[in-house]
Write a protein that binds this ligand. Structure first.
Ligand code: DX5
Ligand code: ZN
Length: 215
């Protein structure tokens, strides 16, 4: 089995003590930090932009995985890449030039990904599957942390795993991933778990991360 990558999302953490939280997540064995970038238009909430990402980069060596939930991502991709993101992913929904966006991200020599909302079919990525490094299946409707895992996502993860075949593409899942749901998500073929509240609300983050990994 592949190594399972765990990427805590800081969405539900207190933004007044980000450095402390990030250090705690680093010590607990996080592989990536998942950064939920929201603009209040693509999704209801507004979070933070490239300035905060570059500040995070200064205090931590953990690779950064930016999930862009914003309209017109082409206006901001270069700033997020320069701020130090290691993966940038854009939603399939609402973007009419996905192929161009993927290559705008890749021009920075970082990984480029596509995110699919719960209602979006997996096979939409077929024509550009050889262009992407990362596929993120949303298992909640994006916008907020702490939502319930949508069960139909399991079938989509299985389909995505099949479609990816032996290509070197990260298969990530985001939303409602916790100690109850992680087993079936891994079994379906995901190798990268984003988990927000399950890790942030846990008193023993190291133990939770290990358990999410399937250990
Ligand atoms: C939702 C975000 C997620 C969120 C996950 O829009 O994309 O990354 O932080 O939070 P949990 O794990 O609590 O569902
Ligand atoms: Zn996310």
């Amino acid at each position: 089995m592949d190594n399972i990558i765990i990427a805590p999302s800081i969405l539900t953490a207190s933004f007044t003590n980000l450095e402390g939280t990030i250090r705690e997540l680093e010590e607990a064995g996080s592989d990536y930090l998942h950064l939920d970038i929201m603009d209040g238009v693509f999704v209801p909430q507004i979070t933070f932009g490239a300035k905060v990402v570059s500040d995070i980069k200064k205090v931590s060596k953990i690779p950064l995985d930016a999930h862009l939930m914003i309209v017109n991502p082409e206006k901001h991709i270069d700033d997020f890449a320069k701020a130090g993101c290691d993966i940038i992913s854009v939603h399939f929904e609402g973007n009419i030039h996905i192929h161009r966006l993927i290559y705008q991200i890749k021009a920075h020599n970082i990984k480029a990904g596509i995110v699919l909302n719960p209602h979006t079919r997996v096979d939409v990525i077929e024509p550009i599957i050889d262009d992407i490094d990362y596929l993120l299946i949303m298992s909640v409707n994006p916008g907020f942390g702490g939502q319930k895992f949508i069960e139909s996502s399991i079938k989509k993860i299985e389909e995505a795993k099949k479609l990816i075949g032996d290509r070197d593409i990260i298969l990530a899942v985001d939303g409602g991933v916790n100690l109850k749901t992680c087993g079936k998500v891994l079994e379906a073929g995901a190798n990268f778990l984003v988990a927000g509240s399950a890790i942030i609300d846990s008193d023993n983050k190291k133990d939770t991360i290990n358990k999410l990994r399937g250990n």
